[in-house]
Design a protein around this ligand. Structure first.
Ligand SMILES: [Zn+2]
Length: 559
Protein backbone atom coordinates (compact mmCIF):
# COMPACT_ATOMS: atom_id res chain seq x y z
CA UNK A 1 0.00 0.00 0.00
CA UNK A 2 1.49 3.40 -1.02
CA UNK A 3 1.97 5.88 1.82
CA UNK A 4 -0.65 8.59 2.27
CA UNK A 5 0.24 12.23 1.84
CA UNK A 6 0.34 12.81 5.58
CA UNK A 7 2.61 9.80 6.02
CA UNK A 8 5.00 11.14 3.36
CA UNK A 9 5.05 14.53 5.03
CA UNK A 10 5.78 12.92 8.37
CA UNK A 11 8.66 10.96 6.85
CA UNK A 12 10.07 14.09 5.20
CA UNK A 13 9.81 15.90 8.53
CA UNK A 14 11.77 13.18 10.27
CA UNK A 15 14.39 13.15 7.53
CA UNK A 16 14.69 16.91 7.61
CA UNK A 17 14.92 17.21 11.36
CA UNK A 18 18.49 16.06 11.78
CA UNK A 19 19.43 18.17 8.78
CA UNK A 20 17.91 21.23 10.43
CA UNK A 21 19.58 20.36 13.69
CA UNK A 22 22.91 19.96 11.91
CA UNK A 23 22.34 23.35 10.36
CA UNK A 24 21.83 24.94 13.75
CA UNK A 25 24.50 23.18 15.81
CA UNK A 26 27.23 22.96 13.17
CA UNK A 27 26.71 25.02 9.98
CA UNK A 28 25.69 28.22 11.71
CA UNK A 29 28.58 28.26 14.22
CA UNK A 30 30.85 27.30 11.30
CA UNK A 31 29.64 30.34 9.35
CA UNK A 32 30.12 32.65 12.35
CA UNK A 33 33.66 31.44 12.98
CA UNK A 34 34.66 31.65 9.33
CA UNK A 35 33.17 35.14 8.93
CA UNK A 36 34.94 36.31 12.09
CA UNK A 37 38.28 34.96 10.82
CA UNK A 38 37.87 36.79 7.51
CA UNK A 39 36.78 40.06 9.12
CA UNK A 40 39.16 40.14 12.09
CA UNK A 41 42.43 40.91 10.24
CA UNK A 42 41.03 44.22 8.91
CA UNK A 43 40.13 45.40 12.41
CA UNK A 44 43.43 44.29 13.94
CA UNK A 45 45.35 45.93 11.09
CA UNK A 46 43.47 49.22 11.48
CA UNK A 47 44.18 49.18 15.21
CA UNK A 48 47.87 48.30 14.66
CA UNK A 49 48.56 50.83 11.91
CA UNK A 50 46.20 53.60 12.98
CA UNK A 51 44.94 53.77 9.40
CA UNK A 52 41.31 53.46 8.53
CA UNK A 53 40.75 51.49 5.36
CA UNK A 54 38.09 48.79 5.19
CA UNK A 55 34.63 49.99 6.14
CA UNK A 56 32.24 47.36 7.54
CA UNK A 57 28.56 48.20 7.31
CA UNK A 58 25.90 45.77 8.64
CA UNK A 59 25.09 44.54 5.12
CA UNK A 60 28.75 43.72 4.46
CA UNK A 61 28.93 41.72 7.70
CA UNK A 62 25.80 39.90 6.55
CA UNK A 63 27.48 39.04 3.22
CA UNK A 64 30.36 37.48 5.14
CA UNK A 65 27.92 35.41 7.21
CA UNK A 66 26.18 34.25 4.04
CA UNK A 67 29.55 33.37 2.55
CA UNK A 68 30.31 31.37 5.71
CA UNK A 69 26.99 29.51 5.41
CA UNK A 70 27.72 28.76 1.75
CA UNK A 71 31.17 27.35 2.54
CA UNK A 72 29.75 25.31 5.43
CA UNK A 73 27.89 23.08 2.94
CA UNK A 74 31.12 21.98 1.22
CA UNK A 75 31.57 18.26 1.92
CA UNK A 76 35.36 17.82 1.67
CA UNK A 77 37.29 19.32 4.63
CA UNK A 78 40.37 19.50 2.40
CA UNK A 79 38.62 21.97 0.11
CA UNK A 80 37.75 24.18 3.07
CA UNK A 81 41.33 24.03 4.31
CA UNK A 82 42.50 24.86 0.76
CA UNK A 83 40.25 27.91 0.65
CA UNK A 84 41.66 29.16 3.95
CA UNK A 85 45.22 28.61 2.71
CA UNK A 86 44.68 30.42 -0.62
CA UNK A 87 42.82 33.32 0.96
CA UNK A 88 45.27 33.42 3.85
CA UNK A 89 48.28 33.55 1.50
CA UNK A 90 46.86 36.54 -0.32
CA UNK A 91 45.90 38.24 2.91
CA UNK A 92 49.43 37.82 4.26
CA UNK A 93 50.82 39.37 1.07
CA UNK A 94 48.26 42.14 1.26
CA UNK A 95 48.80 42.97 4.93
CA UNK A 96 52.58 42.94 4.53
CA UNK A 97 52.17 45.43 1.70
CA UNK A 98 49.85 47.58 3.81
CA UNK A 99 52.20 47.53 6.77
CA UNK A 100 55.08 48.57 4.54
CA UNK A 101 53.48 51.05 2.13
CA UNK A 102 49.99 51.69 3.51
CA UNK A 103 47.11 51.14 1.09
CA UNK A 104 45.79 48.13 -0.80
CA UNK A 105 47.81 45.97 -3.16
CA UNK A 106 46.67 45.44 -6.74
CA UNK A 107 47.70 43.04 -9.49
CA UNK A 108 50.17 45.49 -11.03
CA UNK A 109 51.98 45.90 -7.75
CA UNK A 110 52.20 42.12 -7.35
CA UNK A 111 53.71 41.80 -10.83
CA UNK A 112 56.08 44.63 -10.13
CA UNK A 113 57.11 42.93 -6.90
CA UNK A 114 57.74 39.65 -8.75
CA UNK A 115 59.97 41.40 -11.25
CA UNK A 116 61.97 43.08 -8.51
CA UNK A 117 61.99 40.24 -6.03
CA UNK A 118 65.47 41.05 -4.78
CA UNK A 119 64.58 44.66 -4.02
CA UNK A 120 61.45 43.55 -2.23
CA UNK A 121 63.36 41.07 -0.09
CA UNK A 122 66.00 43.65 0.80
CA UNK A 123 63.38 46.28 1.56
CA UNK A 124 61.40 43.90 3.76
CA UNK A 125 64.49 42.68 5.62
CA UNK A 126 65.40 46.25 6.46
CA UNK A 127 62.13 46.98 8.25
CA UNK A 128 61.29 43.55 9.63
CA UNK A 129 61.03 44.85 13.18
CA UNK A 130 58.32 47.29 12.06
CA UNK A 131 56.21 45.04 9.86
CA UNK A 132 56.67 41.61 11.53
CA UNK A 133 53.14 41.83 12.92
CA UNK A 134 51.50 41.91 9.47
CA UNK A 135 51.57 38.14 8.75
CA UNK A 136 50.44 37.42 12.32
CA UNK A 137 47.39 39.62 11.81
CA UNK A 138 46.25 36.96 9.33
CA UNK A 139 47.84 33.74 10.56
CA UNK A 140 46.51 33.93 14.13
CA UNK A 141 42.78 34.36 13.35
CA UNK A 142 42.94 31.90 10.44
CA UNK A 143 44.72 29.23 12.52
CA UNK A 144 42.34 29.78 15.45
CA UNK A 145 39.39 29.48 13.10
CA UNK A 146 40.68 26.18 11.71
CA UNK A 147 41.09 24.77 15.24
CA UNK A 148 37.54 25.77 16.10
CA UNK A 149 36.09 24.61 12.77
CA UNK A 150 37.63 21.14 12.79
CA UNK A 151 35.42 19.59 15.50
CA UNK A 152 32.35 21.00 13.73
CA UNK A 153 33.19 19.43 10.35
CA UNK A 154 31.65 15.94 10.85
CA UNK A 155 28.34 17.18 12.28
CA UNK A 156 27.58 19.68 9.45
CA UNK A 157 24.80 19.34 6.93
CA UNK A 158 26.50 19.11 3.52
CA UNK A 159 25.27 19.33 -0.04
CA UNK A 160 26.79 16.97 -2.64
CA UNK A 161 28.60 18.75 -5.50
CA UNK A 162 28.19 22.02 -3.64
CA UNK A 163 31.89 22.84 -4.08
CA UNK A 164 31.35 22.76 -7.84
CA UNK A 165 28.54 25.30 -7.52
CA UNK A 166 30.80 27.53 -5.39
CA UNK A 167 33.64 27.27 -7.88
CA UNK A 168 31.23 28.26 -10.64
CA UNK A 169 30.09 31.28 -8.63
CA UNK A 170 33.72 32.27 -8.10
CA UNK A 171 34.20 32.65 -11.86
CA UNK A 172 31.82 35.67 -11.96
CA UNK A 173 34.51 38.37 -11.93
CA UNK A 174 37.05 36.47 -14.09
CA UNK A 175 34.35 35.96 -16.73
CA UNK A 176 33.54 39.69 -16.69
CA UNK A 177 37.23 40.61 -16.97
CA UNK A 178 37.71 38.39 -20.00
CA UNK A 179 34.48 39.65 -21.57
CA UNK A 180 35.37 43.34 -21.01
CA UNK A 181 38.92 42.81 -22.23
CA UNK A 182 39.92 45.04 -19.33
CA UNK A 183 40.13 44.62 -15.58
CA UNK A 184 40.05 48.23 -14.50
CA UNK A 185 36.46 47.95 -13.24
CA UNK A 186 37.62 45.22 -10.89
CA UNK A 187 40.62 46.88 -9.30
CA UNK A 188 40.54 46.74 -5.50
CA UNK A 189 38.84 49.51 -3.57
CA UNK A 190 40.50 50.70 -0.37
CA UNK A 191 37.28 50.80 1.64
CA UNK A 192 36.28 47.22 0.75
CA UNK A 193 37.08 44.34 3.13
CA UNK A 194 40.50 42.86 2.35
CA UNK A 195 38.98 39.43 1.65
CA UNK A 196 36.85 40.99 -1.12
CA UNK A 197 39.91 42.80 -2.48
CA UNK A 198 41.76 39.47 -2.47
CA UNK A 199 39.17 38.06 -4.84
CA UNK A 200 39.28 41.11 -7.13
CA UNK A 201 43.06 41.33 -7.21
CA UNK A 202 43.69 37.65 -7.87
CA UNK A 203 41.01 37.66 -10.58
CA UNK A 204 42.79 40.61 -12.19
CA UNK A 205 46.21 39.03 -11.81
CA UNK A 206 45.31 35.67 -13.32
CA UNK A 207 42.81 36.73 -15.94
CA UNK A 208 44.17 40.08 -17.13
CA UNK A 209 47.73 40.96 -16.12
CA UNK A 210 49.44 37.55 -16.40
CA UNK A 211 47.78 36.56 -19.71
CA UNK A 212 48.63 40.07 -20.97
CA UNK A 213 52.29 39.28 -20.38
CA UNK A 214 52.13 35.92 -22.08
CA UNK A 215 50.03 36.96 -25.06
CA UNK A 216 51.72 40.07 -26.40
CA UNK A 217 48.63 41.95 -27.46
CA UNK A 218 50.00 45.08 -29.10
CA UNK A 219 46.60 46.62 -29.65
CA UNK A 220 45.50 46.06 -26.08
CA UNK A 221 48.47 47.40 -24.19
CA UNK A 222 49.82 49.86 -26.70
CA UNK A 223 53.32 50.69 -25.53
CA UNK A 224 54.06 54.38 -25.48
CA UNK A 225 57.18 55.03 -27.59
CA UNK A 226 57.78 58.25 -25.64
CA UNK A 227 57.05 57.48 -21.98
CA UNK A 228 57.05 60.45 -19.61
CA UNK A 229 60.17 61.26 -17.66
CA UNK A 230 59.89 62.38 -14.04
CA UNK A 231 62.21 65.25 -13.22
CA UNK A 232 62.63 65.90 -9.52
CA UNK A 233 63.65 69.38 -8.56
CA UNK A 234 64.12 70.30 -4.92
CA UNK A 235 60.79 69.89 -3.16
CA UNK A 236 59.69 72.93 -1.16
CA UNK A 237 60.54 72.78 2.55
CA UNK A 238 56.94 73.65 3.31
CA UNK A 239 53.83 73.61 1.16
CA UNK A 240 50.18 72.78 1.50
CA UNK A 241 48.62 71.87 -1.82
CA UNK A 242 44.86 71.48 -1.88
CA UNK A 243 42.94 70.09 -4.83
CA UNK A 244 39.23 70.75 -4.66
CA UNK A 245 37.58 68.36 -7.10
CA UNK A 246 34.02 69.46 -7.75
CA UNK A 247 31.38 67.18 -9.19
CA UNK A 248 29.57 68.01 -12.46
CA UNK A 249 30.35 71.72 -12.08
CA UNK A 250 30.31 73.46 -15.46
CA UNK A 251 31.99 76.84 -15.90
CA UNK A 252 29.04 77.71 -18.18
CA UNK A 253 26.76 78.06 -15.11
CA UNK A 254 29.10 80.09 -12.92
CA UNK A 255 28.57 83.85 -12.76
CA UNK A 256 32.32 84.09 -12.13
CA UNK A 257 32.71 83.28 -15.83
CA UNK A 258 29.86 85.50 -17.00
CA UNK A 259 26.78 83.28 -16.59
CA UNK A 260 23.73 85.55 -16.42
CA UNK A 261 22.44 84.29 -13.06
CA UNK A 262 24.18 85.10 -9.81
CA UNK A 263 25.32 81.55 -9.00
CA UNK A 264 28.83 82.18 -7.62
CA UNK A 265 28.67 85.48 -5.68
CA UNK A 266 31.39 84.49 -3.22
CA UNK A 267 33.94 83.40 -5.81
CA UNK A 268 33.08 86.45 -7.93
CA UNK A 269 33.93 88.64 -4.92
CA UNK A 270 37.50 87.25 -5.16
CA UNK A 271 37.90 88.61 -8.71
CA UNK A 272 39.98 91.59 -7.61
CA UNK A 273 42.15 89.52 -5.27
CA UNK A 274 45.63 89.07 -6.81
CA UNK A 275 45.90 85.71 -5.02
CA UNK A 276 43.00 84.33 -7.09
CA UNK A 277 43.25 83.12 -10.70
CA UNK A 278 40.26 81.70 -12.57
CA UNK A 279 40.13 80.27 -16.08
CA UNK A 280 37.63 78.39 -18.18
CA UNK A 281 39.19 74.96 -18.46
CA UNK A 282 38.84 71.62 -20.23
CA UNK A 283 38.40 68.38 -18.28
CA UNK A 284 40.30 65.18 -19.06
CA UNK A 285 37.08 63.26 -19.65
CA UNK A 286 33.29 63.47 -19.93
CA UNK A 287 32.61 61.13 -16.98
CA UNK A 288 33.85 60.95 -13.41
CA UNK A 289 35.76 57.69 -13.72
CA UNK A 290 37.27 58.39 -17.13
CA UNK A 291 38.45 61.85 -16.04
CA UNK A 292 39.83 60.55 -12.76
CA UNK A 293 41.75 57.77 -14.48
CA UNK A 294 43.68 60.33 -16.54
CA UNK A 295 43.77 63.11 -13.96
CA UNK A 296 45.11 61.29 -10.90
CA UNK A 297 47.53 59.19 -12.95
CA UNK A 298 48.59 62.28 -14.91
CA UNK A 299 48.36 60.42 -18.17
CA UNK A 300 48.37 62.56 -21.30
CA UNK A 301 46.74 60.16 -23.79
CA UNK A 302 43.83 58.04 -22.45
CA UNK A 303 44.69 55.28 -24.95
CA UNK A 304 48.05 54.72 -23.30
CA UNK A 305 47.12 51.71 -21.17
CA UNK A 306 50.68 50.98 -20.19
CA UNK A 307 50.96 54.37 -18.50
CA UNK A 308 47.91 53.61 -16.35
CA UNK A 309 49.35 50.26 -15.39
CA UNK A 310 52.79 51.62 -14.55
CA UNK A 311 51.44 54.60 -12.57
CA UNK A 312 54.84 56.26 -12.87
CA UNK A 313 53.24 59.69 -12.82
CA UNK A 314 50.44 59.00 -10.34
CA UNK A 315 49.86 62.23 -8.43
CA UNK A 316 49.63 60.60 -4.99
CA UNK A 317 52.69 58.51 -5.65
CA UNK A 318 54.72 61.53 -6.81
CA UNK A 319 53.52 63.48 -3.78
CA UNK A 320 54.44 60.77 -1.34
CA UNK A 321 57.83 60.24 -2.96
CA UNK A 322 58.47 63.97 -2.53
CA UNK A 323 57.77 63.82 1.18
CA UNK A 324 54.20 65.07 1.12
CA UNK A 325 51.59 63.70 3.49
CA UNK A 326 48.75 62.61 1.21
CA UNK A 327 45.18 63.14 2.35
CA UNK A 328 42.12 62.15 0.34
CA UNK A 329 38.68 63.25 1.55
CA UNK A 330 35.58 62.49 -0.46
CA UNK A 331 31.84 62.91 -0.20
CA UNK A 332 31.58 60.12 -2.75
CA UNK A 333 32.40 56.42 -2.77
CA UNK A 334 35.95 55.10 -3.02
CA UNK A 335 35.21 52.87 -6.00
CA UNK A 336 35.38 55.99 -8.23
CA UNK A 337 39.10 55.88 -7.53
CA UNK A 338 39.75 52.34 -8.82
CA UNK A 339 43.22 52.17 -10.33
CA UNK A 340 43.97 55.78 -9.35
CA UNK A 341 46.59 55.25 -6.66
CA UNK A 342 44.64 55.45 -3.40
CA UNK A 343 47.28 53.01 -2.12
CA UNK A 344 49.61 56.02 -1.96
CA UNK A 345 47.20 57.94 0.26
CA UNK A 346 48.08 58.29 3.96
CA UNK A 347 44.78 59.59 5.29
CA UNK A 348 41.62 58.33 3.62
CA UNK A 349 38.05 59.39 4.40
CA UNK A 350 35.31 58.63 1.89
CA UNK A 351 31.53 58.48 2.00
CA UNK A 352 31.80 54.89 3.26
CA UNK A 353 33.39 56.05 6.51
CA UNK A 354 31.62 59.43 6.71
CA UNK A 355 28.04 58.50 5.92
CA UNK A 356 26.53 60.06 9.05
CA UNK A 357 28.69 63.17 8.84
CA UNK A 358 27.61 63.66 5.23
CA UNK A 359 23.95 63.21 6.19
CA UNK A 360 24.35 65.99 8.71
CA UNK A 361 26.57 68.47 6.87
CA UNK A 362 26.73 67.50 3.19
CA UNK A 363 29.81 69.03 1.55
CA UNK A 364 30.37 71.31 4.51
CA UNK A 365 31.48 68.18 6.37
CA UNK A 366 35.00 68.82 5.06
CA UNK A 367 35.40 71.85 7.30
CA UNK A 368 34.71 69.66 10.33
CA UNK A 369 36.81 66.77 9.03
CA UNK A 370 39.82 68.96 8.24
CA UNK A 371 39.96 70.28 11.79
CA UNK A 372 40.51 66.68 12.96
CA UNK A 373 43.48 66.02 10.66
CA UNK A 374 46.84 67.40 11.78
CA UNK A 375 48.91 68.86 8.96
CA UNK A 376 52.63 68.46 8.47
CA UNK A 377 55.14 70.67 6.69
CA UNK A 378 54.23 69.22 3.30
CA UNK A 379 50.64 68.22 2.59
CA UNK A 380 48.71 67.22 -0.49
CA UNK A 381 45.02 67.37 0.34
CA UNK A 382 42.31 66.31 -2.07
CA UNK A 383 38.73 67.27 -1.30
CA UNK A 384 36.14 65.67 -3.54
CA UNK A 385 32.70 67.31 -3.42
CA UNK A 386 29.29 66.00 -4.33
CA UNK A 387 27.43 69.33 -4.57
CA UNK A 388 26.47 69.69 -8.23
CA UNK A 389 25.75 65.99 -8.80
CA UNK A 390 22.24 65.04 -9.87
CA UNK A 391 19.64 65.01 -8.34
CA UNK A 392 20.76 68.57 -7.77
CA UNK A 393 18.01 69.47 -5.32
CA UNK A 394 19.25 66.88 -2.81
CA UNK A 395 22.63 68.55 -2.37
CA UNK A 396 21.78 71.88 -0.79
CA UNK A 397 19.09 70.80 1.70
CA UNK A 398 21.17 71.90 4.77
CA UNK A 399 21.40 75.41 3.26
CA UNK A 400 17.98 75.82 1.74
CA UNK A 401 18.23 79.60 2.16
CA UNK A 402 20.76 79.63 -0.70
CA UNK A 403 18.19 78.19 -3.11
CA UNK A 404 17.00 81.41 -4.71
CA UNK A 405 15.65 79.83 -7.89
CA UNK A 406 12.15 78.30 -7.63
CA UNK A 407 11.81 74.57 -8.23
CA UNK A 408 8.05 74.09 -7.92
CA UNK A 409 5.54 73.81 -10.77
CA UNK A 410 8.14 73.95 -13.55
CA UNK A 411 8.61 71.91 -16.70
CA UNK A 412 11.39 69.31 -16.63
CA UNK A 413 14.12 71.43 -18.26
CA UNK A 414 13.41 74.50 -16.14
CA UNK A 415 13.33 72.36 -12.98
CA UNK A 416 16.74 70.85 -13.83
CA UNK A 417 18.26 74.25 -14.61
CA UNK A 418 16.94 75.92 -11.48
CA UNK A 419 17.85 73.13 -9.09
CA UNK A 420 21.29 72.91 -10.73
CA UNK A 421 21.86 76.66 -10.30
CA UNK A 422 20.81 76.37 -6.66
CA UNK A 423 23.33 73.56 -6.24
CA UNK A 424 26.03 75.75 -7.80
CA UNK A 425 25.19 78.47 -5.28
CA UNK A 426 25.74 75.93 -2.52
CA UNK A 427 28.94 74.80 -4.23
CA UNK A 428 30.08 78.44 -4.29
CA UNK A 429 29.57 78.66 -0.54
CA UNK A 430 31.50 75.50 0.26
CA UNK A 431 34.37 76.37 -2.07
CA UNK A 432 34.75 79.83 -0.54
CA UNK A 433 34.50 78.44 2.99
CA UNK A 434 37.31 76.00 2.19
CA UNK A 435 39.52 78.69 0.64
CA UNK A 436 38.91 80.81 3.70
CA UNK A 437 39.69 77.95 6.06
CA UNK A 438 43.04 77.21 4.44
CA UNK A 439 43.90 80.88 4.06
CA UNK A 440 43.53 81.33 7.81
CA UNK A 441 45.05 78.06 9.07
CA UNK A 442 48.04 77.48 6.76
CA UNK A 443 51.00 79.68 7.61
CA UNK A 444 53.44 78.52 4.91
CA UNK A 445 53.06 78.35 1.13
CA UNK A 446 49.50 77.47 0.16
CA UNK A 447 48.00 76.51 -3.19
CA UNK A 448 44.29 75.76 -3.44
CA UNK A 449 43.55 74.41 -6.92
CA UNK A 450 39.86 74.08 -7.78
CA UNK A 451 38.29 72.30 -10.73
CA UNK A 452 35.57 69.76 -11.56
CA UNK A 453 35.65 66.17 -12.84
CA UNK A 454 33.58 67.21 -15.89
CA UNK A 455 30.98 69.79 -16.80
CA UNK A 456 27.24 69.37 -17.21
CA UNK A 457 24.77 70.08 -19.99
CA UNK A 458 21.48 71.66 -18.96
CA UNK A 459 19.33 71.52 -22.06
CA UNK A 460 20.69 74.66 -23.67
CA UNK A 461 22.67 75.59 -26.78
CA UNK A 462 22.81 73.50 -29.91
CA UNK A 463 22.65 70.10 -28.18
CA UNK A 464 19.65 70.69 -25.90
CA UNK A 465 20.84 67.73 -23.82
CA UNK A 466 20.91 67.32 -20.06
CA UNK A 467 23.67 65.57 -18.10
CA UNK A 468 27.18 64.44 -19.00
CA UNK A 469 28.92 61.42 -20.50
CA UNK A 470 28.26 62.44 -24.13
CA UNK A 471 31.28 62.80 -26.38
CA UNK A 472 30.91 66.58 -26.75
CA UNK A 473 33.49 69.29 -26.01
CA UNK A 474 30.85 71.26 -24.06
CA UNK A 475 30.66 68.46 -21.48
CA UNK A 476 34.32 69.17 -20.69
CA UNK A 477 33.69 72.84 -19.77
CA UNK A 478 35.05 73.09 -16.22
CA UNK A 479 36.46 75.85 -14.05
CA UNK A 480 40.18 75.80 -13.30
CA UNK A 481 40.99 78.12 -10.43
CA UNK A 482 43.84 78.75 -8.03
CA UNK A 483 44.03 80.58 -4.76
CA UNK A 484 47.66 80.88 -3.65
CA UNK A 485 49.35 82.47 -0.70
CA UNK A 486 53.09 82.74 0.05
CA UNK A 487 53.75 80.31 -2.80
CA UNK A 488 55.76 80.47 -6.01
CA UNK A 489 54.20 83.38 -7.94
CA UNK A 490 55.32 81.81 -11.23
CA UNK A 491 52.67 79.08 -10.82
CA UNK A 492 49.77 81.52 -10.60
CA UNK A 493 51.30 83.55 -13.43
CA UNK A 494 51.53 80.44 -15.62
CA UNK A 495 47.86 79.64 -15.09
CA UNK A 496 46.87 83.25 -15.74
CA UNK A 497 48.56 83.08 -19.12
CA UNK A 498 47.09 79.74 -20.20
CA UNK A 499 44.44 79.80 -22.84
CA UNK A 500 41.85 77.03 -22.36
CA UNK A 501 43.92 75.20 -19.73
CA UNK A 502 43.37 71.43 -19.70
CA UNK A 503 43.35 69.11 -16.73
CA UNK A 504 46.66 67.75 -17.93
CA UNK A 505 48.20 71.22 -17.76
CA UNK A 506 46.61 71.72 -14.34
CA UNK A 507 48.32 68.62 -12.96
CA UNK A 508 51.55 70.03 -14.41
CA UNK A 509 51.07 73.10 -12.22
CA UNK A 510 50.33 70.92 -9.18
CA UNK A 511 53.56 69.00 -9.88
CA UNK A 512 55.47 72.26 -10.04
CA UNK A 513 54.18 73.20 -6.60
CA UNK A 514 55.61 69.86 -5.38
CA UNK A 515 58.97 70.43 -7.06
CA UNK A 516 58.34 67.86 -9.82
CA UNK A 517 58.05 67.90 -13.59
CA UNK A 518 56.41 65.12 -15.59
CA UNK A 519 57.91 65.52 -19.05
CA UNK A 520 55.86 63.77 -21.69
CA UNK A 521 57.27 64.50 -25.14
CA UNK A 522 53.82 63.83 -26.64
CA UNK A 523 52.31 66.67 -24.63
CA UNK A 524 54.62 69.26 -26.14
CA UNK A 525 52.79 69.00 -29.42
CA UNK A 526 49.95 71.15 -28.10
CA UNK A 527 47.51 68.23 -28.45
CA UNK A 528 45.46 67.20 -25.42
CA UNK A 529 42.65 64.71 -24.93
CA UNK A 530 39.14 64.50 -23.57
CA UNK A 531 38.37 60.87 -22.80
CA UNK A 532 34.89 59.47 -23.50
CA UNK A 533 32.97 57.98 -20.60
CA UNK A 534 34.90 54.67 -20.63
CA UNK A 535 38.42 53.79 -19.59
CA UNK A 536 41.21 53.90 -22.15
CA UNK A 537 39.14 55.73 -24.77
CA UNK A 538 37.01 52.64 -25.36
CA UNK A 539 33.99 54.95 -25.69
CA UNK A 540 35.87 57.32 -28.01
CA UNK A 541 37.78 60.52 -27.30
CA UNK A 542 38.14 64.11 -28.41
CA UNK A 543 41.44 65.70 -29.38
CA UNK A 544 42.06 69.26 -28.26
CA UNK A 545 44.53 70.95 -30.55
CA UNK A 546 45.81 74.24 -29.23
CA UNK A 547 47.49 76.90 -31.27
CA UNK A 548 48.27 80.58 -30.66
CA UNK A 549 44.98 81.68 -32.13
CA UNK A 550 42.43 79.02 -31.38
CA UNK A 551 41.64 75.68 -29.82
CA UNK A 552 40.25 73.03 -32.14
CA UNK A 553 38.21 70.02 -30.99
CA UNK A 554 37.96 66.83 -33.06
CA UNK A 555 35.66 64.00 -32.03
CA UNK A 556 36.80 60.40 -32.45
CA UNK A 557 33.79 58.22 -31.63
CA UNK A 558 34.44 54.60 -30.71
CA UNK A 559 34.29 51.86 -33.32
ZN1 LIG B 1 31.16 63.25 -12.07
Amino acid sequence: MPPTISESLERARLAALPWLRRLLVANLPFALILAAALILPDFVMDAASGARRAVYTPDIVLYFLLFGVCVSFVAAPRLIAGLLIVLGAFEILHFCYMAYFGGVIDANLILHGLVEMEDVALGAAGVLSYVYYAPLVVILPYAAAWLLLRPLLPSRAVIPRWSLALLLAATAVPVQIVRDGSAIRYYPVDTLPSAANAYLTFSTLFFDRLPGLVIADAAKHAADPHPPRIVRNTPPAKATIVIVMNESLTSDHMSLFGYGRDTTPRLAALRGDPAFVYRRGISAGVGTRSTFHSFWNEVHDPRDEEAFVEQRSNLFRLARESGFRTIFLSAQRANLMRGNGLQYVDVLHTLESEESRYERLHDEMFLELLREIPLEDRNLIVVQFRSAHSPYADNYTPRIELATFPTQGLDYRRFQQNSYDNAVRYNDLVMSELIDYFRKTVAGPLYVFLTSDHGQLLGEGKHQRIGHGMLLPEVAHVPIMLYSQNGDPAIAAALRQMKDPTHYELTGLIDRAMGIEVRDPDADSGVFYINGYAYNARAGYITVKKSERHTRFTRHPAG
